[in-house]
Write a protein that binds this ligand. Structure first.
Ligand code: GLC
Length: 529
């Protein structure tokens, strides 16, 4: 029975980037009352849970991923009453609410860090990662920061370096220290007590670094055009064996409450990724699977990915898939508008929990950012090589006209030039729009246990075709995706099949018994019988 599954297995997660979703206050930056006012869109769309990127007080050096108070709300986004109202409204509408938890680092303005850096014998000194200079002077080792430059910043006053995997404004907390763990776990309880349904945990594979501070080895595959950070293999700064014990402890906190979820942000090869389910599934319930973001967009590679991922899952480990987020190019820019429709069908029919990035449901594309409007530290650290994240973080396109229904003020990032055509209001009325396709896929997925919890089975295919079945009880579906721009054909197993939904044209109700002809860039969902 599909009733035996948890909401985070059956449901679909939708990521909101709060700065860009809806600005109710008119300052050009999205806020909590704005999100609350737009929840009806998510209900109509048919998703089940909303994950909010950070909404806490922050100097915004990394747009909220540098937190100065883990228990507050940034005034830009509103206040705690706005948060409580949003949570209540979401729950009233049957939506779960997932917060972003950023345990690896705080802001350098967090009172903990201010104390820690105030003197070598401050009780909080060891809450962060301090180290003496190397014997000949200079940083203790060769560790690099994600947004460019070295990962150690010297503190004149106390004569030591502190470690930051990201910006100097984001000092890493020392998760080997039990006091840090206790304090951070109380942060989780604070929000869980309020009733949030879970957390997406930022860079969870970074939490523990080598206790011997060994140098990272060079990356033999590095070449010009890659981030400076990628000159190294991050052997001693990420994915350390001791991290799993921390993840288990975090999970135990969440398990003090009913039916909550932990989703871990992890960029690692499949074989390493799945270790974050933990021994006997004692880790995070959903280690984010970003491999659709990283794999070349063609049928054989995606088929290999699905096969490898399914084979690597531990017994009982629940799969999940991500097509876009606030750190990567948008799917419609990566694969083009037509293939983005195929990608939507893939995401919403694969076995496992899908996470949908705001705006992808209307086919938003990366927005070019003029140099004088660049905001993202990633772009500033490695300019011009395409790692900037502003293009995928631009305001949600609700309607035509100035401000696109997002703001009455000056938006913090430019609004897409095609927002008059690509927006919720226009697409809601069009039977062939990206939005209508998403609604249809989500409605089917919700209605059919085969699609939300059914077994998945990849079929033998050739050329640009990817095909798989989903089955539950008596009900069986077939998904056939044409990754190419030319017509293609496929011989489905044991027909007949009836077409239910196509990404390319109106073709519900055709009986297919024998060869199936696919249009260019067509994804097709069929039902057995
Ligand atoms: C994660 C976030 C990213 C942030 C980084 C540092 O990768 O998704 O946006 O910049 O962590 O917190």
């Amino acid at each position: 029975m599909s009733d035996d599954y948890r909401w985070w297995q059956k449901g679909v997660v939708y990521q909101v980037y709060p700065r860009s979703f809806m600005d109710a206050g008119g300052d050009g930056i999205g806020d909590l009352p704005g999100i609350a006012a737009r929840l009806d869109h998510l209900v109509r769309l048919g998703v089940d849970a909303v994950w909010l990127s950070p909404i806490y007080p922050s100097p915004m050096a990394d747009f909220g991923y540098d937190i100065s108070d883990y228990r507050g709300i940034h005034p830009l986004f509103g206040d705690m009453a706005d948060f409580d109202a949003l949570l209540e409204k979401a729950h009233g509408l049957g939506l779960k609410l997932i917060l972003d938890f950023v345990p690896n680092h705080s802001s350098d303005r967090h009172p903990w860090f201010l104390e820690s850096r105030s003197s070598r014998d401050n009780p909080k000194r060891d809450w962060y990662i301090w180290h003496d200079p190397a014997p000949g002077g200079g940083p203790p080792n060769n560790w690099l920061a994600s947004f460019g430059g070295g990962a150690w910043t010297f503190d004149e006053a106390t004569g030591q370096y502190y470690y930051h995997a990201f910006l100097p404004e984001q000092p890493d907390l020392n998760w080997r220290n039990p006091e840090v763990r206790a304090a951070m776990f109380d942060v989780l309880r604070f929000w869980l007590d309020k009733g949030v349904d879970g957390f997406r945990v930022d860079v969870i594979w970074h939490l523990i670094k080598d206790d011997r501070f060994r140098d990272n080895p060079p990356n033999p595959d590095w070449h010009e055009g890659m981030r400076g950070y990628d000159r190294h293999v991050h052997r001693y700064t990420t994915d350390r064996p001791e991290v799993h014990e921390v993840v288990r402890a975090m999970r135990r906190v969440v398990d003090e409450y009913d039916d909550r979820v932990l989703i871990g942000e992890i960029y690692l090869p499949v074989g390493r990724l799945v270790t974050y389910y933990g021994e006997d599934l004692s880790g995070v319930q959903l280690p984010f699977n970003f491999h659709l973001l990283l794999t070349a967009w063609n049928a054989p590679d995606v088929a290999d990915l699905i096969r490898d991922y399914e084979a690597a899952l531990p017994p009982g480990g629940w799969p999940n898939w991500v097509l876009g987020n606030h750190d990567n190019h948008r799917i419609a820019s990566r694969v083009g508008r037509s293939q983005a429709r195929v990608a939507a069908m893939l995401l919403l029919t694969l076995r496992g929990t899908p996470t949908l990035y705001y705006g992808d449901e209307i086919g938003m594309r990366d927005v070019p950012i003029p140099p004088d409007r660049v905001q993202d530290p990633s772009e500033k650290g490695d300019p011009g090589i395409g790692v900037g994240r502003d293009p995928c973080r631009t305001p949600m396109q609700w309607e035509g006209g100035e401000g696109a229904g997002f703001t009455t003020g000056e938006p913090w990032l430019p609004i897409a030039a095609d927002a008059d055509r690509v927006n919720v209001a226009v697409e809601a009325g069009r039977p062939r729009s990206m939005l209508t396709l998403h609604k249809a896929l989500l409605a089917l997925r919700r209605r059919e246990p085969a699609l939300h919890v059914g077994a998945g089975s990849l079929l033998e295919t050739e050329g640009p075709i990817l095909a798989y079945t989903r089955a539950h009880g008596e009900s069986r579906f077939l998904v056939v995706l044409n990754f190419g721009p030319d017509p293609a054909a496929f011989d489905p197993p044991d027909g007949p099949w009836t077409t239910v939904l196509s990404t390319a044209l109106d073709r519900a109700g055709e009986t297919i018994d024998g060869r199936l002809a696919l249009r260019p860039d067509e994804g097709l969902l069929l039902r057995a019988g």
